[in-house]
Write a protein that binds this ligand. Structure first.
Ligand code: OFO
Length: 173
């Protein structure tokens, strides 16, 4: 049986993951509106991945017999100054999510909830990857320039992002 503090914190994290999905969807809409369909696609895939992150906690809680509570998802911003600004916002958001995961790990340890600590370790690794992926895009956008040819090239590259797979996610890939 999971303790009440842990249940509350995980319910909050489900909400954070859904907000993440929402903010990336808002970024997808912004980028699509700028005719950057490839970047918009990348953000859509990211939004789907965040949905899977939420569902992984959802399923884990059900398995532990914990009561799930779904909270309202806040409205994300709708405008950014530039594509670079949007990806920088994504990077900051991932850093914020990493801090949330670290807090959950701390709580699982202090509550001696080894199973939750174990599943949270998957998120710890995932956050390293998530931050690295966005940071790489931010660096390239800065290098190639946030306008003209560089932007066009990045847009083409980001159009190739495959859909996140539930199987891969479940396997920790
Ligand atoms: Fe992109 O972060 Fe979820 O966990």
């Amino acid at each position: 049986m999971m303790n009440a503090k842990m249940v509350k914190a995980l319910n909050k994290q489900i909400n954070e993951e859904y907000y993440s999905s929402y903010i990336y969807l808002a970024m997808a809409a912004y980028l699509d509106d700028q005719d950057l369909d490839g970047m918009g696609h990348w953000m859509r895939m990211q939004a789907q991945e965040e949905h899977l992150h939420a569902m992984k906690i959802f399923d884990y809680m059900l398995e532990r017999g914990a009561r799930i509570e779904l909270y309202s998802v806040a409205a994300p911003p709708r405008e950014w100054d530039s594509p670079l600004d949007a990806f920088q916002g994504a990077l900051e958001h991932e850093q914020y999510m990493t801090a949330n995961i670290n807090t959950l790990v701390d709580l699982a340890i202090s509550e001696r909830d080894h199973a939750t600590n174990n599943i949270m370790q998957w998120y710890v690794s995932e956050q390293v990857e998530e931050e690295a992926n966005v940071e790489n895009i931010v660096k390239k956008l800065k290098m190639m320039g946030d306008t003209g040819h560089g932007l066009f090239m990045m847009d083409r590259e980001l159009a190739n992002r495959p859909a996140p797979s539930i199987v891969a996610e479940a396997d920790g890939a």
